[in-house]
Design a protein around this ligand. Structure first.
Ligand SMILES: O=C([O-])[C@@H](O)[C@@H](O)[C@H](O)[C@@H](O)C(=O)[O-]
Ligand SMILES: [Mg+2]
Length: 447
């Protein structure tokens, strides 16, 4: 099964004004859709970030994969590494480099970003992180093809599903009623205080049946966010709750909030920046700490696990851990270290939701409900309707061959046109926020 063509299409879709520590979501979210076509006419789908710099890398690397067999993912990874100037897989990295925009709310330069995560000098593997992100959509597309050729779902290629449906959590955001320039509230309305957050939770739970709740924090002073969590606890007794301020707090603030929310939170996600700070907090609060910020590459495991454990829960994300098979290896590592697992999300479409669902279904130790931004897409998608749906907050694992989703070519064309017209080329929550609040800074820690 030789790769003959690869189509790389940037798309944009409407995104509500969701608030976070970095600012606010712009009116359009970007993604890149990858289609791999083989000599036998089989097509596989992948989805990744849409920022221009990343898109350029995906396009450049796509050319280098033509002529390879869809099983040759090691060769694909090596070719992408070489093109992006990363060290050969299996050798020691010696250079620092640039990173593509990824899953982190705050855009920092790579050196500061690494320092923040690990508390150490810039990691030497920044380029490998970029390789993982660029490689991921191609790997997913190849697995889609391999599943179609073998007549089995992707979850079977990952070891087989251990659950028939993957639970997701209601991912709540503080938000404005609508984008200020549009002067029209969106259907989700404003959520700026505990009552608004409880109302939003009610809406998402009614529509999707979610049985866990995550609140994106780091927006209001911590006491207001504690009040929102308490209000959720009261309104939805027994429903597991998580709070994620994206490292907007100092170690002291994190410890205070963690202690105040004893018995209320299932876990506290990235309260503070860096492994050393997280370790200090973890030692002083009653609940486990989770992360998608301070452990994002294998080299972060040893410092995160040393002495006092910095984290108890890892949020997996195949978009930056290098695809589905590499993510399964990370899950094995979590098992070895006794870490629990959940799944991280950014604004995404249905190809990603399908890939996330297959991965979570085939990962026995991923036992916490996963994050998803799906409700915020509000029905917009590049896949044909019907293949994925939520029942009691869970997505039944597709059983059709491959990912089990088909591209809606008309929708792809419309979303590509939206990309061309929307005028956004990279996610920038901070600058968008500063248009309305010029004094806003994404400085961390803020409280
Ligand atoms: O969509 C957002 O604003 C989130 O804050 C996202 O960018 C984060 O990467 C993410 O969901 C998280 O868990 O940190
Ligand atoms: Mg997070």
């Amino acid at each position: 099964m030789i790769i003959r063509q690869i189509h790389v299409t940037p798309v944009a879709f409407r995104d509500p004004p969701l608030l976070n520590a970095a600012g606010v979501h712009e009116p359009w979210a970007l993604r890149t859709i990858v289609e791999v076509v083989t000599d036998q006419g089989l097509t596989g789908l992948g989805e990744t970030y849409g920022d221009l710099d990343h898109l350029g890398k995906v396009r450049m690397c796509a050319q280098a994969l033509i002529g390879l067999d869809v099983h040759a993912t090691n060769t694909m990874y090596a070719r992408i590494s070489a093109l992006l100037g990363a060290p050969e897989p299996g050798t020691t990295a010696t250079e620092t480099g640039t990173t593509t925009p990824g899953p982190f709310t705050v855009a920092t330069n790579p050196e500061e970003e690494t320092k923040e995560r690990t508390g150490e000098s810039p990691g030497e593997r920044t380029k490998e992180r970029t390789v993982d992100r660029v490689f991921s959509p191609f790997e997913v597309a190849c697995l889609d093809i391999r599943g179609k050729a073998a007549g089995v779902p992707v979850s079977d290629l990952l070891g087989g599903r251990v659950r028939d449906a993957v639970p997701y959590s209601a991912y709540l955001f503080y938000k404005w009623a609508g984008h200020p320039d549009e002067q029209q509230p969106d259907r989700f309305g404003a959520a700026l205080d505990p009552a608004g957050i409880v109302e939003q939770a009610g809406l998402l739970i009614d529509e999707y049946g979610f049985e866990s709740i995550k609140l994106k924090g780091g927006v209001h002073p911590p006491d207001e966010e504690i009040a929102a969590i308490r209000a959720l606890h009261e309104a939805f007794p027994g429903v597991p709750l998580r709070l994620d301020p994206n490292a907007a707090w100092t170690v002291e603030t994190s410890i205070r909030v963690g202690r105040e929310l004893d018995g209320v939170l299932q876990y506290l996600e990235d309260p503070t920046a860096g492994i050393p700070g997280m370790a200090e907090v973890a030692a002083a609060v009653p609940m486990p700490l989770a992360t998608n910020m301070c452990v994002v590459t294998p080299e972060h495991f040893p410092p995160a696990m040393a002495a006092t454990r910095a984290i108890g829960v890892l949020l997996l994300d195949h978009h930056y851990w290098g695809g589905l098979v590499r993510s399964a290896h990370i899950a094995a590592m979590c098992d070895a270290f006794g870490l629990s697992m959940s799944m991280h999300s950014n604004s995404h479409l249905g190809i990603s939701l399908a890939a996330m669902t297959h991965l979570a279904a085939a990962t026995p130790n991923l036992t916490f409900a996963c994050d998803t931004h799906t409700p915020w897409q509000d029905g917009q998608d590049v896949i044909q309707p019907g293949a994925l749906h939520f029942t009691n907050g869970a997505v039944p694992v597709p059983t059709a061959p491959g990912l089990g989703v088909d591209l809606d070519r008309d929708a792809l064309a419309v979303m590509n046109e939206q990309y061309e017209k929307c005028g956004i080329v990279a996610r920038d929550d901070t600058s968008y926020m500063q248009r309305f609040t010029p004094t806003f800074t994404a400085k961390r820690p803020r409280w």
